[in-house]
Ligand binder design. Structure first.
Ligand code: NAG
Ligand code: NAG
Ligand code: NAG
Ligand code: NAG
Ligand code: NAG
Length: 389
């Protein structure tokens, strides 16, 4: 199952090394060597949650996982996420969630992301607003604990030693980030205007910067940072903020909503540029996932997909998304339990899985475009992301 990804990766890699060779020859330096990342540490929200929220608050229900895992696998998708394809391409196993105490194997990294996570702490509980208590600052403390305790466990030997990363992996690992979307939607869901949401971005990014500085302080050196996607194209936002859904572009996406995502990304790019100056021992790759996802949604047919604004798994309405009856939800009708949020049955041709998240097919499509560096600054493939500009 991994071979098509690995094959395409090798192709991308060789295309890239050709270019790198040329530019490095002209610069008078040697070609870039692959980084051979021994581990991945991931931070984020549901876009990269491989089981964190499921471990803490109850498992994502079927039909999540139906396409690839054949059963729910802690992911809000029918199959793999972009982070899974990244792991495959680096010949690393899928990441265990830090919060998962069952059969977790952290020898090649750990995942601190949980669905509903924000960069800033929310002042509401998961039960009130749906946002995770594991905000990015909490994830960075968990990483601190993880590093400290895993090394103590290794030094003590015994059965858990082989499930922990080696000490040198922390400086050699790839640190991946995909977070921010929920900070912006939480503003809209608490009835802020677009101007009010925009005004929160500097504070969101200052918290993001602190988290990166903390990971750098713990030895992180290679950072792969996804910008935020076009959340104005997602059914759950269009459905919950009808006033914004009234102003859409040709693709049917909320123009003000996506405008906020684009402003966030512009400022995130500036933050990453400052981090490069402030933390000179680290390599930072900023990845424009927004453009890739927007192209997939706005030109879905051209790319072999259909109904990009309609959830595959859901329950009715214009977008097949119902806030109260999500993917996999059940109800008792006339004494019989029935599933309300069913899969459309053909997620391979669909972009949106459940109104909030992308299908495996969409995630693979996005990974295939970002893996080679065509949407990155600097334009390095993921396997080369240890090299500083
Ligand atoms: C943990 O993962 C590593 C790397 O994939 C593997 O070599 C090892 O056998 C795994 N350990 C257990 C106990 O599953
Ligand atoms: C939570 O409340 C604190 C104190 O009032 C405030 O500074 C912070 O911005 C609030 N966070 C969010 C996400 O609104
Ligand atoms: C882990 O934490 C303990 C106690 O807080 C501290 O003494 C120790 O130096 C830390 N170890 C590492 C590897 O950070
Ligand atoms: C937002 O406004 C709607 C409509 O006025 C209201 O029903 C809802 O309670 C408000 N939400 C918040 C979080 O204030
Ligand atoms: C439930 O049962 C009633 C009475 O038999 C029937 O009229 C109704 O259509 C049923 N509802 C559904 C959703 O099947």
């Amino acid at each position: 199952m991994a071979s098509p990804e690995l094959k395409s990766y090798v192709v991308l890699l060789s295309v890239f090394t050709g270019t790198a060779l040329l530019s490095s020859i002209s610069a008078g330096t040697g070609p870039l060597a692959p980084c051979r990342f021994p581990a991945i540490f991931n931070f984020g929200d549901s876009n990269s949650d491989t089981g964190g929220l499921s471990a803490a608050f109850g498992a994502a229900p079927p039909p999540n996982g139906e396409t690839f895992f054949g059963a729910p696998a802690g992911r809000y998708s029918d199959g793999r996420l972009v982070i899974d394809f990244i792991a495959e391409s680096l010949a690393l196993p899928y990441l265990s969630a830090y919060l998962n105490s069952m059969a977790a194997n952290f020898s090649r990294g750990a995942n601190f992301a949980t669905a509903g996570s924000t960069i800033r702490r929310q002042n509401t509980t998961l039960f009130q607003s749906g946002y995770s208590p594991f905000s990015l600052d909490v994830q960075s403390w968990q990483f601190y604990q993880f590093q400290n305790r895993s090394q103590r466990i290794c030094s003590q030997g015994g059965i858990f030693k082989d499930l922990m990363p080696r000490e040198d992996y922390f400086s050699r690992a790839l640190y991946t980030f995909d977070i921010g979307q929920n900070d912006l939607t939480s503003g809209y869901f608490s009835n802020m205007s677009t101007e009010e949401v925009k005004a929160t971005i500097p504070d969101i990014l200052s918290k993001f910067k602190s988290a990166i500085q903390s990971v750098y302080g713990q030895g992180g050196r290679s950072f792969w940072i996804h910008n935020t996607g076009p959340f104005g194209c997602l059914p759950y936002v269009l459905e919950r903020v009808p006033v914004m859904a009234a102003q859409v572009d040709r693709a049917g996406c909320g123009t003000q909503l996506n405008g906020v995502a684009q402003l966030f990304n512009e400022m995130l790019k500036g933050t990453v540029a400052r981090l490069r100056k402030d933390l000179p021992l680290a390599a930072f790759t900023y990845v424009d996932v927004y453009s890739v996802k927007y192209s997939l949604i706005s030109e879905a047919t051209k790319h072999g997909f259909e109904h990009p604004l309609v959830a595959c798994c859901g329950h009715g309405g214009k977008y097949n998304y119902n806030f109260h009856n999500g993917c996999g939800s059940k109800a008792v009708v006339n004494g019989t339990e029935v599933v309300l949020g069913r899969s459309c049955g053909n997620p391979l041709t669909r972009v949106n899985w459940d109104g909030v998240h992308y299908t495996e097919a969409a995630n693979r499509w996005v990974f295939d475009r970002i893996a080679g560096g065509a949407f990155s600054d600097p334009p390095l493939p993921v396997g080369m992301a240890c090299h500083r500009q």
